[in-house]
Design a protein. Structure first.
Length: 506
């Protein structure tokens, strides 16, 4: 994987006459070291329709300075980006190609902008000579490499926090710059400014989309949001960032669920095949995610045991078992994201959103069409919960509770999609459905954990190790499941109140 660093920086407007104030007066700064001027030459790449720029991603090949090479930047928050680096080469590094695949697909990456910068660099140092921040005055010349070759030029000041520095330090720097009349830049990056100032014509951005008005508008807005989340999370999954697989799987499930729920608004003849592929993707992501959840649960249960109940090499066996299963699932997940079937799914989502298969009900007011769909999902959930509660404890009830959990998710996601239109009643309804889902989810996790513990106990026994601890953990999981089953009637009573449903207006 490429080298990665967290980049925290701020940009400020400047002119060729702008001079930096005395930054040694910033709290914590003991010395300001002037490193001189570096000449930087960077070519920025994107698709012809600027797919990377639309999502605030930056891909460049830069020469000059101390970090020549390929740089790929992902936005984290305002002024914060994750920068990945690969050595200088003539072609796009393979790791970057994988990280960009969900956005680029089969489109070619071409040079779109060239930036020539004269960077005058200053280091702010503390009493130990350690770097606090780098301040640079950049004189930039931008050349558009597509669409007519327009040019632009400007000067800006950039303040970049040192690795592991306190972001509050940049507040102090900004205060000092502000007293000298230097104001924050309106542009988030050099590339964004270059594209804006050399653009042949203004393009439509997500901010220009019309606000939802009809039921169809609201459903499509939710579909678009989840589809964009899948694409955005793809690189995070490849980088194995925390919770990324879970979030991508949730977006996939939300999207599939809303397509099924709002079948009176979107034509099933078009959406059902897409839903089938979303179901496949969620299942593939589940291989990795389910193992991650199971690992965390078993470790937590083991950590909660008194030392006197831990007999034999329990932790070592759990670690080996977990690593073996997780490594295999990681490889499988990345292989899925590299596959043609996944890319075809992304293309089908683009097609669906580009030409949405709207039915007559889509043109109705959201206050009429959306509550009906939400309440239909509620009735499905009520039937499943009622059936599960009628069964005696055991395998059949476990299966029924799992089916109820899936219905709770659908009801929750249906309400979430309707929330922008229906407001607080939809939010409260979704919250109650989430409570039911969470309780049933913990119950299902216990079912899965008991199966894993039995497997581990059998393996330990076969290896001549004590299986006592695995039995203790199995018993505790049984007790946890029984506790969830006892809690269910009360949680369901709160979620099924008629007043809550009536407030939706359906």
């Amino acid at each position: 994987m490429a080298d990665s660093k967290r980049e925290i920086e701020r940009k400020y407007e400047a002119t060729t006459e702008t001079r930096l104030p005395d930054l040694s007066r910033v709290a914590g700064v003991v010395a300001v070291a002037h490193l001189g001027v570096a000449e930087l030459d960077a070519v920025y790449y994107d698709t012809e329709d600027l797919r990377l720029a639309a999502d605030s991603l930056t891909l460049r090949r830069r020469t000059g300075g101390g970090d020549a090479g390929w740089h790929l930047k992902f936005p984290v928050a305002s002024g914060i980006r994750d920068e990945l680096r690969e050595p200088l080469s003539d072609t796009l590094p393979r790791p970057f190609a994988g990280l960009l695949r969900s956005r680029v697909r089969d489109r070619a990456l071409v040079p779109v902008v060239r930036l020539l910068s004269a960077r005058d660099v200053h280091h702010l140092l503390d009493a130990d000579g350690a770097l606090l921040a780098e301040i640079s005055v950049d004189r930039v010349r931008a050349e558009r490499l597509t669409g007519g070759g327009a040019t632009a030029a400007w000067t800006e000041i950039e303040a970049e926090l040192a690795d592991d520095g306190d972001p509050a330090f940049l507040d102090a720097v900004e205060h000092r710059l502000g007293k000298a009349g230097i104001r924050p830049s309106a542009s988030p990056s050099k590339l964004a400014r270059a594209l804006a100032e050399t653009a042949p014509e203004r393009s439509t951005s997500p901010a220009d989309r019309p606000r939802p008005r009809t039921a169809g508008d609201h459903v499509l807005a939710y579909v678009r949001h989840q589809a964009e989340a899948i694409v955005a999370l793809d690189p995070a999954v490849r980088r194995d960032l925390p919770d990324s697989v879970h979030q991508m799987r949730v977006a996939t499930r939300r999207l599939r669920s809303v397509l099924r729920t709002y079948r009176k608004i979107l034509d099933r003849g078009v959406t059902d095949p897409v839903g089938d592929e979303l179901k496949w993707l969620a299942a593939e992501l589940g291989v990795d995610r389910d193992q991650e959840v199971l690992d965390a649960r078993l470790r937590a249960r083991l950590d909660g045991l008194p030392r006197t109940l831990v007999l034999g090499p329990v932790r070592g066996r759990l670690r080996i078992w977990s690593v073996a299963r997780r490594n295999g699932s990681r490889r499988r997940t990345v292989a899925v994201l590299d596959g043609k079937r996944y890319l075809a799914l992304l293309e089908s989502l683009d097609t669906l959103l580009g030409a949405p298969p709207l039915l007559p009900a889509a043109s109705r007011a959201p206050g009429c069409a959306l509550p009906r769909a939400v309440l239909k999902e509620y009735r499905r959930l009520a039937a499943r919960v009622g059936h599960a509660l009628e069964l005696p404890p055991g395998h059949d009830r476990d299966v029924a509770l799992h089916e109820a959990r899936k219905a709770a998710k659908r009801a929750r996601y249906a309400a979430e999609a309707a929330r922008p239109a229906l407001g607080r009643p939809a939010r409260r309804f979704a919250d109650r459905m989430k409570a039911v889902q969470s309780l049933l989810g913990d119950h299902q996790d216990s079912v899965v954990a008991r199966e894993a513990l039995r497997t581990l106990a059998v393996q330990a026994h076969a290896a001549g190790e004590p299986s006592f601890t695995w039995g203790v953990l199995h018993g505790r999981e049984e007790a946890a499941a029984e506790a969830r089953e006892r809690e269910l009637p009360e949680v369901w009573e709160r979620a099924s109140r008629a007043k809550l449903r009536a407030a939706l207006g359906g």
